[in-house]
Design a protein around this ligand. Sequence first.
Ligand SMILES: [Fe+2]
Length: 357
Amino acid sequence: MRILLVDDEPALRELLRATFEGAHVQVEEAASALEAEARIKRRRPDVVVLDLRMPGMSGAELCARLKGAERTKRIPIVLLTGADDEEARRAKRSGAEALVRKPFSPLDLLAIVEELAGKTDGTPVRAKRRSGNADEELLLYARDLRHLLELERGQRSLLQDSYLETVTALATALESKDTRTHQHSHRVERYAAELLATIDKKTLEEDPAIRYGFLLHDVGKIGIPDGILHKPGPLTRAERRRMQTHTVLGEQMLGGVAFLQGEGLRIVRSHHERWDGKGYPDGVAGADIPLGARVFAVADTLDAMTSDRPYRRALRWTAARDEIVAQAGKQFDPDVVDAFRERETDLRDVQRELAAA
Ligand SMILES: [Fe+2]
């Protein structure tokens, strides 16, 4: 939809433009009736929003001219009028399809314009009558702003949901390539989120990229040949080195994805680092390893030990727990191991819940 906005007040035009463009309505502007006529001649708008009181030719005169000409008489017109009754009477006589009294809510005006754009029979649209003081104007704008912010919040959350769905689909596709790790990504994501929430709930809630990083930690395995990925026996030194590149490959693959930047990407690169510095790809130690990756390392090992693999049966949960506790300060961050001990029952419930699903 394209509207022509005719008003001599630049501030009002700007406010209406912002509101209308937020609803994907194209807005052309004219500061006077003459300029509006020239624009209508060049390109027919779907609706004209016209201020009644303008220097030079008034809005009512322009409205009457447009309604009197064959070429323009079917363009719906909304007249913006002042509060006094004489103005309203003049406006009514000019043949406009709708009258809107100032002050008005831009969102109410948008609703009227949208309704008119779908109409051709010229039936007048009634606008709500308002008292017309400046306080009410501000209240109306504030209410509109609140409404627009709510809409924007809703859009953002929809977008986050669709990111998560895309990332989950990719993680599932990865699992079908690496069949030994069925449901692995989902379990480790849940374990790691529980552990991180115990240590730093705020970070987890404020940065959705962290969960994406958990889910996509092994995305770089797409670049590892199946011969190595599915080799039944132990890997040679060269094969192991190649396998280890999945961390850096994953980071490169996702490097251009805006919503994964920051901690999400760091998890993908650093999820095989060890607290004692003997991990890969960088061999960093202690708190130099990103927190998300330190948490993830415990979740990943827990899942690896408690899942069946083609070459060995799963360990009992208690045996896996003892091993994780024994690795505090060696393979794992001792604080993360403490969080694991605190939340062990919850993690076990997650495992049972996903197994049942
Ligand atoms: Fe990995």
